[in-house]
Design a protein around this ligand. Structure first.
Ligand code: GL7
Length: 833
């Protein structure tokens, strides 16, 4: 079992978090000073929001000083840097995180207390910065935290969405979407940098011209130009030696006021133009995994890539002028999925059209500068843009893509597979057919020097199933970097009770070096430690129970099993299978009130894409089932179902420390990695999971006996798919499964309205059950039963939880960053004095 390993890193000493010479008294004075001089208010009348802003301003005094020192050090050392290009950064709240990373959280809490304020109330004032949908966006946030912590020169580049992911409300049990207003009254966590504004051309046409020496050049005459305004969010590394930035671009009309139009009486028209330009960064597309080919989405992608590349080039030119020979030794650009893939032809355009490099030199620079992370195998999520759309929005880029493709097919594919048109069609960046399309995944692979998947099995499938010919053509280009999570936010800050216990046992360095937690495995059988650990879990569950009551009105028993599934709603993640299991438990309890099971609270947190009908039907069904089950006196409170509204980072931070079971039940081969699985296991929850994504590596680390694995593995899934899967077989052969599916056709959960839940049954039977929930149902139900009986063995359960916490060191996002640095980015640390 994994607990036997003692790693080298467990022995070496990591530096403790730097604490600023800021004691409670200093902090108090600083908060008061900012309350008076920054907020212009007074302690006798300050609102909670004013207190929060004053506290943020007090912290910012340190953040900005470290930011200045960091930028100076990076400039002087002229070091290679990574530019993390991502359409999403799901940051959550920043104040608590910054206080923790500055090492002043306790000082701030005491200072506020002295001032008559409760820090948890003050922190609750801050809206989440929800500029992302789910795992992919949160991963980007964890990565930039780790890069700053490890003193690597790094910039995150993204979009300054005015509205992040929608706020979810339930009305009559159905999800409704409301706009998110994270910066309605401004944000103290960002700095506007008007000196670094960029112009972004769009639309128009391309002209062929000849320069004085007779060389052919392409000249793009854009149809319009919009402006990109950078907002910098300081990213405070743990210990605050390095403070990097996240630079987010906001779109505006290029000339705020068009006087010519105005004078001609076109005031209204000019306002319409402004609105159109501002629309580009107005809202985050709320679809996780998939996005239909919408013009505005392509413009968003191009907008932030164009701004970012010009910014990178500006910074490079400051040190190297027009000498391009060092561009790719100084810069690496990581494409977080294909969303920023248009950066590849944009860099070609800048180098060839605007800086007069020849094609070959420019292409070499591109291919040495870009690396691409694939986050999904779902076919509908691999972005493709209609050629006609591309041609309208980015006419010059389409020409460049054609030229990249022509050379690639002739010089590389033809050489490797002479005369093989089938392979050419497969590898072509352009998909032929009724409507021709640009394949952004292909473009990313061709234009990058490395391509990585996000967990071992996923990276294998990327090579084997998604891009096998590319793997043959580019040996060594494909690699794996298993995802990670920052232990600062996902243990230290969110679970202060457990953190204190861990610090007492292994010292204060574990938030950097999570492998140090292996040491607590030696207490796994110690009854005194088990008690301490389980008392903490119970206290977290008591807190959670209060939150549940407050948010939903449902009363739950904190000693019940807290069985948690928190993630976006998607058929492949199989919330519908969890639903069937809830119905099975409910039915067993109705048939036999003495049915032997521990009281259980099944908790969901999840948003559905607004246009994803079935996902919304599943939310509706779960809410209806919850209503019925929770009020049914016959089952004596043994089963409760809770669907928390508006799931987001801040809710995750409360739920994760209170979890007993972590449901990671995707169909094997479909969840690229998962990262919630890591957070839950680190906080002690036992994984009820399939052999999918990072679950496999979690089981390896914790030991099979400390997780509940069930269901088909990838090979079995593929075999069943090949043989022809028929969900009806399972329906007819499993009476319990049949009964719960048939239940959905009645009006039992929707009194007077039979058929309201039928779409779920239909998708699982007539719809062919594409994610094989029925095939895995029995095995899932058995695993849940096993989890239940293990929960009854208090000592065994405590032991398993402790081992989970002890063995998750691998999933520190610092480790992910070191993997990227070693295998892809080749950065050197830049210490900041
Ligand atoms: C995702 C994967 O679905 C998820 O498994 C992975 O953990 C995450 C980060 O790598 O990326 N891919 C994707 O498109 N979204 C994800 O969350 C939205």
């Amino acid at each position: 079992m994994a607990t036997k390993k003692t790693t080298a890193s467990a022995k070496k000493k990591a530096a403790p978090a730097a604490s600023f010479s800021l004691n409670t008294t200093d902090f108090k004075e600083s908060i008061l000073k900012h309350l008076h001089s920054t907020l212009g208010t007074d302690e006798n009348k300050a609102s909670n929001r004013a207190w929060a802003e004053a506290t943020a301003a007090a912290a910012n005094d340190f953040v900005y000083e470290r930011l200045r020192q960091t930028q100076k050090a990076h400039f002087e050392a002229d070091t290679r840097a990574v530019h993390y290009l991502s359409a999403e950064f799901l940051m959550g709240r920043l104040l608590s995180n910054n206080l923790h990373n500055l090492g002043v959280f306790d000082a701030a809490a005491d200072a506020l207390k002295d001032l008559g304020q409760d820090i948890s109330v003050i922190l609750d004032e801050e809206p989440d910065m929800a500029l992302g949908n789910g795992g992919l966006g949160r991963l980007a946030a964890c990565f930039i935290d780790s890069l700053a912590t490890l003193n690597y020169p790094a910039i995150g580049y993204g979009i300054h969405y005015e509205h992040g992911l929608f706020r979810q409300e339930f009305r009559d049990n159905r999800q409704i979407e409301r706009p998110d207003e994270w910066r309605e009254y401004g944000s103290p966590f960002e700095i506007c940098r008007p000196e670094s504004v960029q112009q972004v051309p769009l639309f128009g046409y391309v002209e062929t011209v000849f320069d004085e020496t007779g060389n052919m050049k392409k000249k793009w005459h854009p149809g319009r130009v919009i402006k990109g305004i950078p907002w910098d969010v300081p990213i405070v590394g743990y210990g605050a030696e390095t403070v990097n930035i996240l630079r987010l671009w906001e779109s505006r009309a290029s000339d705020f006021f068009n006087w010519d139009v105005f004078n001609a009486g076109g005031y209204i028209d000019s306002q319409a133009e402004n609105a159109e330009a501002e629309a580009v960064s107005k809202v985050l597309y709320p679809n996780d995994e998939t996005e239909a080919g919408k013009q505005l989405r392509l413009i968003q992608q191009y907008f932030f890539c164009a701004c970012s590349l010009k910014d990178i080039i500006r910074r490079y030119s400051r040190a190297h002028g027009n000498d391009w020979s060092k561009f790719s030794t100084q810069n690496v650009m990581q494409l977080n999925d294909t969303h920023p893939a248009v950066a590849i032809p944009e860099l070609m355009r800048l180098l060839v059209d605007e800086h007069d490099l020849n094609w070959d030199d420019a292409w070499t620079i591109c291919r040495e500068s870009f690396a691409y992370t694939n986050h999904t195998l779902l076919p509908e999520a691999l972005e493709k843009w209609d050629v006609s759309l591309f041609e309208r929005v980015l006419p010059r880029h389409l020409e460049i893509i054609y030229e990249i493709n022509r050379r690639f097919l002739e010089d590389e594919v033809e050489v490797k597979w002479p005369g093989n048109d089938e392979i050419k069609a497969k590898l072509s960046i352009i998909e032929e057919g009724d409507s021709r399309k640009v394949r952004m995944g292909h473009l990313s692979v061709v234009g990058s020097f490395k391509v990585n998947g996000v967990a071992q099995i996923h990276s294998e499938l990327v090579k084997k199933d998604l891009f096998p010919e590319y793997d043959a053509l580019f040996p060594g280009k494909f690699t794996n970097v298993t995802n990670g999570i920052t232990p600062r936010r996902w243990l230290k800050a969110c679970n202060p009770r457990l953190s204190a216990l861990l610090t007492e046992k292994v010292g204060e360095n574990w938030p950097r070096d999570l492998e140090l937690l292996r040491d607590i495995a030696k207490y796994a059988d110690d009854p005194a430690f088990q008690k301490e650990y389980m008392d903490i879990k119970l206290a977290n569950k008591v807190d959670m129970a209060a939150t549940i009551l407050e948010l939903t009105g449902v009363e739950v028993d904190p000693t019940a099993i807290f069985d948690i599934q928190i993630k976006r709603l998607h058929e492949y993640k199989r919330q519908q299978m969890n639903l069937l299991h809830i119905l099975a438990l409910y039915r067993r309890l109705l048939e036999n009130p003495d049915y032997d099971m521990n009281p259980r609270v099944v908790i969901f947190g999840s948003k559905a894409a607004p246009g994803y009908k079935l996902a919304k039907d599943i939310i509706y069904a779960l809410n209806c089932i919850a209503e019925k089950v929770n009020s049914d006196a016959r089952i004596k409170g043994k089963l409760k179902v809770v669907f928390l509204p508006n799931y987001r980072v801040t809710i995750a931070e409360k739920l994760i420390p209170a979890a007993d079971l972590s449901q990671q039940i995707s169909l094997a081969g479909y969840e690229a990695s998962g990262t919630g699985n890591m957070k839950l296991a680190l906080n002690g929850a036992l994984t009820v999971g399939t052999l999918d994504g990072a679950n496999i590596e979690i089981a390896e680390e914790a030991g099979e006996e400390n997780v509940c694995i069930f269901g088909m593995n990838v090979d079995e899934v593929q075999a069943l798919q090949a043989q022809g899967y028929n969900p009806w077989d399972y329906y007819y052969s499993n009476p319990e499964l049949k009964a719960v599916l048939d239940w959905l056709d009645t009006d039992y959960f929707t009194p007077g309205k039979p058929g309201e839940l039928s779409s779920i049954k239909r998708s699982l039977l007539d719809g062919g059950d594409p994610y094989m929930a029925l095939a895995d149902f029995q095995s899932y139900s058995d695993a849940q039963k096993d989890a239940d009986s293990r929960y009854s063995d208090k000592a065994g359960w405590a032991r398993a939880m402790i081992i989970n916490t002890a063995t998750m060191g691998k999933f520190n996002s610092d480790r992910s960053m070191e993997d990227y640095v070693r295998d892809i980015w080749k950065l050197t640390k830049c210490p900041v004095k």
